[in-house]
Design a protein around this ligand. Structure first.
Ligand code: SF4
Length: 579
């Protein structure tokens, strides 16, 4: 079968694959990434949990991914259920099928994979003979509810320790009924059994059951996250990705990273360097080439407290080093020097909003002067290209903010030329603002498609003749889909299934089932509860309300509704008419 051959070839190109023999008593886990191999193998959470589960002698964990469309057709035609990469066992024959999910737009892929694996889609339809479908990953920190009907078990928060506790429970309950096992699991810390959550009548926003305590590993230092398998068949190729810190102390009001992780945690340089050294030794010992490049993963690179020591250590290892985006006003010389040594020609920065006023409102208070000074420092060292991340449609945004974004881009372009870099590029990546659960903007309405399009058109046409500038943006269609899934509850499961039936045409699916999109995209400030309230504490919710009111220059009144914004509500027909 073609898919089996292509998987065999893919495995041949990997370095660091874990192949374990299964014993009759081993717990067999299929760890599934709900997107293609190419996307999944650059996901640090997926790679880390794979290695972590296989560290147990009583577990055999193998990977599975969303097949390419041709391979999926091949499976359907040949009536072959989806199987794992390492041993080819069908997912339905595993004890646990565990999904690691990071992005809302991958939700339909979970349904596609369950269908290809011939596992009943809904938890309520599964029997003792079906595997436990477990969901973990970044989405469980934020809003697990849209996937609740598909999951037997969810692990809310850090999965490293909670997954071990759950597997112990699973082993102990092997001879008991599925229902009894789920009942016991529901009593465990951080384990969410969606079927056990009770709602008042039909209103899924008014649960009566308890809070779920988001999990956090006891000693972060004990769980370095890195990509133990290297392959050329993924976005970051043969680069060893390693997380240097988790969370962020900055509290930008649109960003969940700062609010969903209980605190900002960092690994020491010794831990990071020792992982790199030992992974390198392991590969060489197994007859593979060693590691040539390392990618440092952090949402808050410039807040990493030991950056100078880490840069010195990496410099001594002599490997290429890449980083994610940096705070242009905080980047230290040590990092710039290291980047330059590795031949870096492009630096990524994220001002997010065009004007100083708006950056203050979203709590990313960088002055325009600080951005220009920081950019000049970068350009003057010979790093000639800048990539800039922006959003449009942010709460309180006006046309003046957009004009300031255009003005700032022109000034940066002039700076490139003044620094003698006429070939320098300025790449603007502009995405529509999507309100996210568990951020201070969780109540904010999303801007109408017409408004976002008008602003994007204005930026693109104003910068058309500015030297070196290119403007790219995410499709509006996928941004609105993400927004619906970000703030919905478990009532969205019918919508997700219909979207898959219609081959991803979610607008047609919404029209078919009569989904009121205004409910998900509009102002939520008057709602008495939100579907994800049960994974946050009252204290966290009060903090979000305080931040929200502050962003609008309002005094904090604890129990009053946050504020109704003066933005016309988005309606279903707005979305159906949009691109
Ligand atoms: S946008 Fe960046 S700096 Fe702001 S909170 Fe998120 S991770 Fe931190």
């Amino acid at each position: 079968m073609p898919i089996a051959h292509s998987i065999a070839r893919t495995l041949e190109r990997e370095r660091g694959t874990i192949i374990k023999p299964a014993h009759p008593r081993s717990v067999r886990i299929a760890l599934v990434f709900p997107n293609t191999y190419y996307v999944g193998m650059s996901n640090l959470g997926f790679q880390t949990i794979y290695r972590h589960l296989n560290a147990r002698s009583d577990v055999v964990c193998e990977r599975a991914f969303l097949p390419d469309p041709e391979d999926a057709q091949d499976l359907i035609r040949s009536r072959t259920p989806l199987f794992t990469y390492e041993s080819g066992i069908p997912l339905a024959q595993c004890d646990i099928v565990a999904f690691s999910i990071s992005f809302e737009n991958d939700y339909p892929n979970l349904i596609r994979i369950l269908e290809l694996a011939r596992i009943p889609l809904f938890a309520q339809d599964r029997t003792h003979y079906d595997p436990i479908v477990l969901i973990g990953g970044a989405v469980t920190y934020i809003n697990p509810e849209p996937l609740a009907d598909f999951a037997d078990i969810m692990i809310v928060g850090d999965g490293e320790e909670a997954s071990y506790r759950y597997i112990d429970r699973y082993i102990e309950d092997r001879k008991t009924l599925r229902s009894a096992h789920l009942e016991r699991a529901a009593d465990m810390r951080g384990i969410y059994v969606p079927a056990h959550r009770i709602f008042n009548g039909d209103d899924h926003n008014e649960p009566t059951s308890d809070q779920i305590e988001k999990q956090q590993v006891a000693r972060f230092e004990d769980y370095p996250a890195y990509s133990g398998i290297l392959t050329p068949d993924t976005e970051f190729g043969e680069t060893l990705l390693i997380e240097i810190s988790r969370g962020c102390p900055r509290r930008c009001r649109f960003c969940a990273v700062s609010y969903v992780y209980p605190k900002f945690r960092a690994h020491t340089p010794e831990t990071i360097l020792s992982v790199i050294r030992s992974e390198n030794e392991r590969l060489v010992r197994d007859g593979h080439p060693g590691i040539r490049s390392v990618g440092l993963v952090s949402s808050a690179m410039c807040d990493y407290p030991y950056l100078n020591e880490l840069c010195a250590g990496l410099d001594a290892l002599g490997m290429r080093v890449g980083v994610s985006s940096v705070r242009v006003d905080l980047i230290p010389d040590s990092l710039l020097d290291l980047m330059l040594k590795t031949g870096l020609r492009t630096m990524t920065i994220a001002p997010e909003a065009g004007s100083e006023r708006l950056r203050k409102a979203i709590n990313k208070p960088m002055s325009s002067e600080a951005i220009l000074t920081g950019a000049q420092r970068i350009l003057s060292r010979g790093i000639q290209n800048l990539k800039l991340y922006y959003m449009v449609g942010l709460p309180t945004e006006t046309d003046e903010d957009i004009e300031e974004l255009i003005d700032m881009t022109r000034r940066l372009s002039n700076l490139q030329r003044a620094e003698g870099l006429p070939g320098g590029r300025l790449r603007l990546s502009i995405n529509p603002f999507v309100p996210k659960a568990l951020t201070p903007f969780q109540w904010s309405p999303m801007a109408k498609p017409g408004e976002i399009k008008r602003k994007l058109d204005r930026i693109t046409s104003a910068l058309r003749r500015t030297p070196g500038v290119t403007v790219k943006h995410e499709s509006l269609k996928s941004a609105y889909f993400e927004a619906v899934l970000s703030r919905g509850g478990r009532e969205l499961s019918a919508f997700l299934v219909e979207t898959v039936r219609r081959d991803g045409d979610w607008k047609a699916a919404a029209a078919e089932i009569g989904l009121d999109m205004g409910f998900y995209l509009g102002d939520m400030s008057q709602r008495s509860s939100l579907p994800w309230d049960f994974i946050s504490t009252d204290r966290e919710q009060h903090r979000l309300r305080w931040e929200y009111r502050k962003s609008h220059g309002l005094p904090y009144r604890e129990l009053t509704p946050v504020v109704a914004l003066e933005r016309p509500p988005v309606t279903t027909s707005d979305i159906l008419r949009s691109q």
